[in-house]
Design a protein around this ligand. Structure first.
Ligand SMILES: O=c1ccn([C@@H]2O[C@H](COP(=O)(O)OP(=O)(O)O[C@H]3OC[C@@H](O)[C@H](O)[C@H]3O)[C@@H](O)[C@H]2O)c(=O)[nH]1
Length: 421
């Protein structure tokens, strides 16, 4: 199990022991250690050499492993024997009046799985629908079988019926190589998927939150980007399936709001990173960390002068939950204002990987930074104006990029040990 020798500190230097907060009558605070026990570890108990040892290990049940998977990794054959969980992570006991039935589309993805962890630990009933195109069952497998949890393989482009109180509509590939892989399917997911989920919200009177994106601002001519900026998007470029898809999804959302009175929330998410991000999804944070850990060249696209502002996953989940439970129906940017050029960011990731390796006593050569062609229509700059989130949600990011990156490096190191990276 990876361990960090130092505590995680927030932007003001205070130790982070919990994430979430009570806002708008909804308490989302949970212990960081509980969440970490779900993502910052290998998903097996320990490695064994023989079948005999494996059988003994599977029988073992003590406090330290009580809510860890009993799956065993066999180093000699590079295989895992899965077992069912002996005990689930503890969840709050909520009175029925406070317990919500929550649908999370795309709940097996990177962002979705962290939202699911939080909502489950808080004691709600969670149903995940996912087609597993970019999501993976392993991200939520620790909840499968729990009475408060249901996992359904379903593609949102088809209608789905369920009784629920809140819908977090996340389903859509989000990494540029993934969403461009099948552009028609991406825009179909944004349009048909959102239409179906809004129809469900209308029928059940559930509150509906859609995760839109900073990409609705395109290659922005206003910097930083406030919510009332209309954007600068190429409607026929390779990114259009996602940018325009999310823009039409927002249009649909406000159509249902005005015409049918659906209670809507729109989050515009800026670049986000953290554990469970697919190491091969082609985004900059996962690429850079994996390259530095493997001792490969780090690939900066273009001259590296384009900028991005990176937010850690827990800040995003705090923002999404606050928005869902607030009264704010206008779009709200959720992102971190710490802006880097991609060239600077490559150096930062390289230094952080070296620091973590040094702490773990691993001696690694310094990797090189190389330059590759710039993808078409790659936005030149991006930084959220989060004034609205601060005013209406009392939300602002707590995690420094350094702290978040260290945790993500440790997560990827655990995956390397497991052999899945
Ligand atoms: O290996 C790499 C990967 C990416 N990059 C660059 O790093 C920057 C960030 O690229 P990413 O692919 O991580 O993310 P992008 O900002 O392009 O898109 C993201 O925007 C916001 C979200 O809604 C989406 O998840 C995602 O589309 C880009 O300028 C890209 O060209 C590199 O320099 N090297």
């Amino acid at each position: 199990m990876p361990s960090s020798s130092e505590p995680s500190l927030d932007k003001s230097g205070k130790e982070i022991t919990t994430v979430g907060f009570a806002r708008f009558g909804f308490d989302s605070e949970v212990s960081l250690d509980v969440l970490r026990s779900l993502y910052l570890r290998a998903h097996y108990v320990k490695t064994v050499a023989s079948a005999d040892e494996a059988a003994k290990e599977a029988d073992r049940d003590d406090a330290s492993t009580s809510y860890l998977s009993k799956a065993i990794y066999h180093a000699d054959t590079k295989s895992i024997s899965y077992t069912t969980l002996s005990r689930f992570p503890p969840v709050k006991l909520l009175p029925p009046s406070q317990r919500k039935r929550i649908l999370v589309t795309g709940g097996a993805g990177f962002v979705g799985s962290h939202l699911v962890d939080r909502l489950m630990v808080l004691g709600h009933e969670v149903t995940v629908i996912d087609n597993f195109f970019t999501g993976s069952k392993t991200t939520v497998s620790h909840w499968v079988g729990h009475p408060n949890f249901e996992l359904v393989r379903h593609d949102v482009v088809e209608p789905f019926m369920i009784e629920c109180d809140q819908i977090y509509h996340l389903a859509c590939p989000a990494s540029p190589p993934h969403y461009q892989f099948n552009a028609v399917k991406t825009i179909k997911t944004s349009f048909m998927g959102t239409l179906n989920m809004l129809g469900l919200a209308k029928r059940t009177k559930a509150r509906f939150l859609i995760t839109s994106t900073s990409e609705v601002y395109g290659d922005p001519e206003v910097h930083p980007q406030p919510e009332d900026y209309w954007g600068h998007v190429n409607p026929i470029g390779p990114r259009a399936c996602y940018d325009e898809g999310k823009r039409v999804a927002e249009t649909l959302t406000y159509g249902f709001h005005r015409q049918d009175g659906v209670d809507v929330r729109v989050a515009r998410i800026f670049n986000t990173y953290g554990p469970r991000m697919n190491p091969f999804d082609g985004r900059v944070v996962s690429n850079f960390i994996v390259q530095a850990l493997r001792g490969e060249d780090m690939t900066v696209y273009g001259d590296g002068k384009q900028t991005r502002s990176f937010q850690y996953i827990h800040d995003l989940i705090d923002g999404l939950i606050a928005l869902m439970n607030s009264d704010e129906t206008r779009p709200v940017n959720i992102g971190n204002g710490d802006e880097f050029t991609i060239g600077e960011f490559a150096e930062l990731v390289r230094d952080i990987v070296a620091k973590v390796q040094k702490e773990d006593g691993v001696d690694v050569p310094r990797v090189n930074i190389v330059y590759k062609p710039m993808p078409t229509d790659d936005p030149q700059k991006r930084r959220p104006d989060t004034t609205r989130a601060k005013q209406v949600l009392d939300w602002q990011p707590r995690w420094t990029v350094q702290m978040g990156l260290e945790e993500m490096v440790r997560y990827y190191k655990a995956k390397m040990v497991e052999g899945s990276l």
